[in-house]
Design a protein around this ligand. Structure first.
Ligand SMILES: Cc1cc2nc3c(=O)[nH]c(=O)nc-3n(C[C@H](O)[C@H](O)[C@H](O)COP(=O)(O)OP(=O)(O)OC[C@H]3O[C@@H](n4cnc5c(N)ncnc54)[C@H](O)[C@@H]3O)c2cc1C
Length: 371
């Protein structure tokens, strides 16, 4: 029987943080396994034959307000500053996202855009986010019209495609977050730190795992090795329902398909990400050369098709947030608490829609707790 102090299931960022901390701070040995053929989980990127760094599992932009998380990761990478400015294809033209004062002038005649701008600023002030749902409930006719326009043209069909259910059925917290921005900043995030690792995400994770106390085994599902490795602690970043063999039922997830295509043109679209709320079956097209400002004669895009998650057929990307699923997750967590020295974390283990910085922060917190 092979013996290790720590077994970590999943070589994504969550597993990598734990492995790095255990090895560098406690000088403990760690075996990290992943069923995929690569490290870095959903952040995985690699060089395409065109010379462009491609994010295999969709566009990933690092963003956080946490100095602690930023400083921690900065020990393993230098950064290429990057501010996401996506657009949407609406009524045959590109529109700035999130919908803001500039967007008004892209979709409406100038006289109407000016009137709406004044009413928005008078009612809410400048540089503020107003939930679209609030605008739709406005007494004032123009603002209610704007709320309805943005809701229908930008969110309604997009949400239907993304989640496969009507917006009303989505957790109200998710819809409440969808804003109109009363301002002219086209940036999607307002976080202090926004960047892409200069050598890519895979290199970042590789650097984190570069320690003689850490060994990494790929193409290795937990189920295959759990009876051949003896471990004192288990850190599990896979799906918690899978770990417990779905004994209380399956936790629902949403999946995606990414069609990656090379195009024989220098640039394909005017922004890194274009949303397609109303036309076509896909939701977004991402043009990858923008991330690191790579100059190449051709370009690579990925087209994103939301799909139902089917076990064994595709990947569980997004936990579906609603009270029923939270209750099911809680049942699994009660089981998990009975297992000594076993920790569930990461996006799948916690069944939470973590961004990368939140995943790092949660993994750092877990390390503090167990050390
Ligand atoms: C389309 C998309 C776009 C995103 N965009 C952004 C963005 O712009 N900015 C941002 O901050 N975040 C973004 N995210 C979120 C980001 O991908 C996650 O926060 C991050 O990857 C979470 O890392 P993790 O290690 O928790 O999980 P994962 O990356 O999912 O890693 C878990 C790993 O565990 C492995 N595994 C699972 N079960 C087993 C098993 N039984 N045996 C062996 N291995 C197993 C999996 O193969 C996987 O590699 C995006 C996510 C998606 C899906």
């Amino acid at each position: 029987m092979e013996k290790v102090k720590n077994l970590i299931v999943g070589a994504g960022i969550s597993g990598a943080v734990l492995a790095e901390r255990l090895a560098s701070q406690l000088q403990e040995n760690v075996l990290v396994i992943d069923r995929r053929e690569h490290i870095a989980g959903n952040m995985f990127d690699s060089k395409h034959s065109s010379g462009i760094t491609v994010h295999r599992y969709g566009p990933h932009i690092f963003h956080t307000r946490s100095k602690k998380v930023w400083n921690y990761l900065s020990a393993f990478t230098s950064w290429h500053y990057f501010f996401l400015k996506p657009m949407a294809w609406v009524d045959n033209r590109y529109v700035t996202l999130p919908f803001n004062l500039n967007s008004l002038y892209q979709v409406f005649p100038a006289y109407l855009a000016q009137r709406l701008e004044k009413k928005l600023v008078d009612s809410y002030g400048y540089n503020v986010k107003v939930p679209v749902m609030k605008l739709r409930e406005q007494q004032e006719e123009d603002l209610r019209f704007l709320g309805q326009y943005v809701y229908e043209k930008i969110f309604e069909q997009y949400t239907l495609k993304q989640w496969g259910i009507a917006p009303e059925k989505i957790d109200p917290e998710v819809m409440a977050r969808v804003p109109v921005f009363v301002g002219k900043d086209d940036g999607y995030f307002q976080d202090t730190y926004q960047a892409i690792p200069a050598q890519g995400y895979t290199r970042l994770v590789e650097n984190m795992l570069h320690n003689s106390l850490i060994s990494v085994r790929l193409k290795t599902p937990f189920e295959k090795i759990k009876d051949t490795v003896e471990y004192q602690r288990l850190f599990y970043t896979g799906s918690i329902d899978e770990f417990f063999n779905y004994q209380f039922g399956e936790l629902p997830y949403r999946s995606l398909r990414f069609d990656i295509e090379q195009k024989n043109t220098e640039y394909y679209q005017p922004a890194v990400v274009i949303n397609y709320p109303n036309n076509f079956d896909f939701t977004r097209i991402c043009e990858h050369k923008y991330f690191l400002d790579e100059k190449t004669p051709s370009t690579v895009i990925s087209v994103e098709f939301p799909q139902a998650f089917k076990r064994g057929e595709n990947e569980p990307y997004y936990p579906i947030s609603n009270p029923q699923n939270a209750a099911l997750y809680e049942r699994y967590m009660q089981e998990a608490k009975k297992l000594p020295n076993t920790y569930f974390f990461g996006r799948l283990g916690a069944y939470k829609y973590y961004n990368m910085a939140q995943a790092v922060s949660a993994a750092l917190d877990l390390f503090e707790k167990i050390k």
